[in-house]
Design a protein around this ligand. Structure first.
Ligand code: G4F
Length: 328
């Protein structure tokens, strides 16, 4: 049966993936986009004219999204909107909290008051674990180490509170790092694959990075999406860790990507203090026993396949850039 779904952050990596997936399944998708002076819809270009996709201007920092919830009373509310860059949150903590925490409470209030049947998925984050020893699961204590993580903890706790206090179907996906060819270029993986591809064709000379020692579990966005959809459709609302159960250091990632392009990373990577954070999260790696055993989640992509896909994508992009330059 066709459902109505509000997706915030529909122009982002997972939000756009969700829109595509839900439209394919025949659902009606209401995507929230922020007004900007430049185009920000490239990730949904392919479904832009789909008859079941409606785009609405809105922002988590005002009443626009809650008004839409009141008007539409959707079957599902998927919150992918966030000020999602950990390093930037140190520079702009107040805005970060407004979007990531207060913004979620605004939506939960609208659902409690006007649309109690709506199922809520909050995209939470492994950043909440801070420096707690890996592997982390749903029982691991949270130790947030950035304004971003603090704001996301407030949102997670609010979701749990609305679930318990008002009997709303509200669930958190505790999402480990989510990657793919559509990942934003200011995040580590994409910054590296884009730079390495451009360096291999002589389009760029160096890559400036911060801390190479931290470790992350990098998961393909399609596997994240599968997991989050299972969480949203479970019999009972609950919170689940989702991610590949392996981790690699930043240096390892850099080495792998550069060696795929026959480059020695040490010749090109420069350590730049600008990219270090006041407090770092050293090691994130999930134990996903709960979602595997309760909801049957199983990732379809290995880490190597993820890296291959990103490198191939960015090499194709760099080749196109080079052709344009050569023909100038
Ligand atoms: O790619 P990152 O910026 O991702 P980070 O901080 O782990 O956060 C991402 O994953 C979270 C889930 O765990 C999400 F909640 C969050 O929204 C975001 O998607 O950095 C990864 C690691 C960090 O340890 C960082 O210090 O890479 C290190 N790093 C080293 N040099 C760098 C750089 N990160 C970035 N972005 N840019 C650098 O130049």
């Amino acid at each position: 049966m066709s459902k109505s779904v509000i997706i915030t952050g529909v122009t982002g990596q997972i939000g756009s993936g969700f829109a595509r997936f839900l439209l394919n399944e025949g659902h009606e998708v209401h995507g929230i986009i922020r007004r900007t002076s430049s185009f920000n819809t490239s990730r949904i270009d392919d479904v832009f004219s789909h008859p079941k996709l409606k785009l609405h201007y809105g922002d988590m920092t005002d009443g626009s999204v809650s008004n839409l919830i009141c008007d539409l009373k959707p079957d599902y509310f998927i919150n992918q909107a966030a000020m999602s860059h950990v390093a930037v949150s140190f520079d702009n903590p107040e805005y970060c909290f407004d979007v990531n925490a207060t913004g979620v409470i605004r939506c939960l209030e609208a659902i409690r008051r006007h649309s109690k049947h709506t199922r809520v998925l909050q995209a939470s984050t492994s950043e909440l674990y801070g420096d707690h020893v890996a592997p982390q699961n749903e029982l691991t204590p949270f130790k947030p180490r950035s304004p971003y993580a603090v704001s996301k903890l407030a949102a997670l706790a609010s979701v749990v509170n609305y679930r318990e206090a008002y009997n709303i179907f509200a669930a958190n996906s505790i999402t480990f790092n989510t990657e793919g060819p559509a990942r934003g270029a200011t995040f580590l993986t994409r910054k590296v694959t884009l730079a390495a591809a451009r360096i291999s064709l002589g389009l760029q000379k160096e890559l400036r990075l911060g801390n190479l020692c931290s470790k992350r579990s990098w998961t393909h966005y399609e596997d994240q999406l599968d997991g989050q959809w299972l969480v949203l459709n479970a019999d009972e609302p609950d919170d689940y860790c989702i991610g590949l159960e392996e981790s690699h250091s930043i240096q390892e990632f850099v080495e792998i990507v550069f060696s795929k392009l026959n480059l020695d990373w040490k010749e090109f990577v420069i350590c730049d203090p600008r990219y270090f954070r006041p407090t770092e999260v050293d090691h994130l790696e999930p134990d996903c026993t709960k979602i595997r055993s309760k909801l049957g989640w199983k990732p379809k992509h290995t880490f190597q396949q993820l890296v291959d896909e990103m490198v191939k994508h960015d090499l194709d992009l760099a080749r196109k850039e080079k052709i344009l330059l050569d023909n100038k």
